[in-house]
Write a protein that binds this ligand. Structure first.
Ligand code: HEC
Length: 150
């Protein structure tokens, strides 16, 4: 096989794998379960959570155009599944108060330490690259809400 045929072959494979798509149906949201719904945070906190956390930690994922490109879609699906498994704001009220408290503690910590949102995420969503002020606004709100669980 010469180089040209190899390239054509790879091109055909790339086109064919585009037909293998991931399921992008969001799981259902139930009234009275979502963190924002049950705590009614200030508008700024809602904005930050919706732009920087909800795509991976809720059932309200918004899928960008490149989430239809195979194999990028499988990589994103992995982040979303793992994100929801670890922390799910859409099913917030179905966990025990102890667990909720612990998740709030971790959320404040991950936000302050710049571990969240994940780097590849804000590189593709510039509005999710949080400023030090936005991090502190969000983290101290998590701290405040945690007090309600004592
Ligand atoms: C691109 C997807 C994505 C975004 C956006 C994102 N996360 Fe995560 N998050 C993950 C994944 C994947 C994990 C699990 C693996 C890890 O810890 O790195 C995780 C883990 C966590 C954990 C640890 C939970 C535990 O029990 O260990 C917390 C807390 C968290 N995220 C909070 C947040 C907050 C707060 C935001 C918004 C400021 C956010 N995340 C944005 C994907 C995301």
């Amino acid at each position: 096989m010469n180089k040209r045929n190899i390239l054509i072959g790879l091109g055909i494979i790339f086109i064919l794998i585009q037909f293998i798509q991931t399921d992008k149906t969001n799981p259902e949201t139930r009234p009275g379960q979502d963190l924002i719904e049950v705590t009614n945070p200030p508008a700024e906190v809602v904005r930050i959570m919706k732009t920087a956390c909800y795509d991976c930690h809720s059932h309200e994922t918004k899928y960008p155009w490149y989430s239809y490109i195979t194999p990028v879609n499988f990589w994103l699906k992995g982040h979303i599944e793992e994100g929801r498994e670890n922390l799910n704001f859409s099913t917030w009220n179905s966990q025990t108060p102890d667990k909720a408290k612990h998740k709030l503690e971790e959320s404040a910590e991950e936000t302050r330490q710049k571990h969240m949102p994940l780097t590849p995420y804000w590189m593709m969503h510039w509005e999710a690259k949080l400023s030090p002020e936005e991090r502190e606004t969000l983290a101290s709100w998590f701290d405040d809400i945690k007090k309600a669980y004592k």
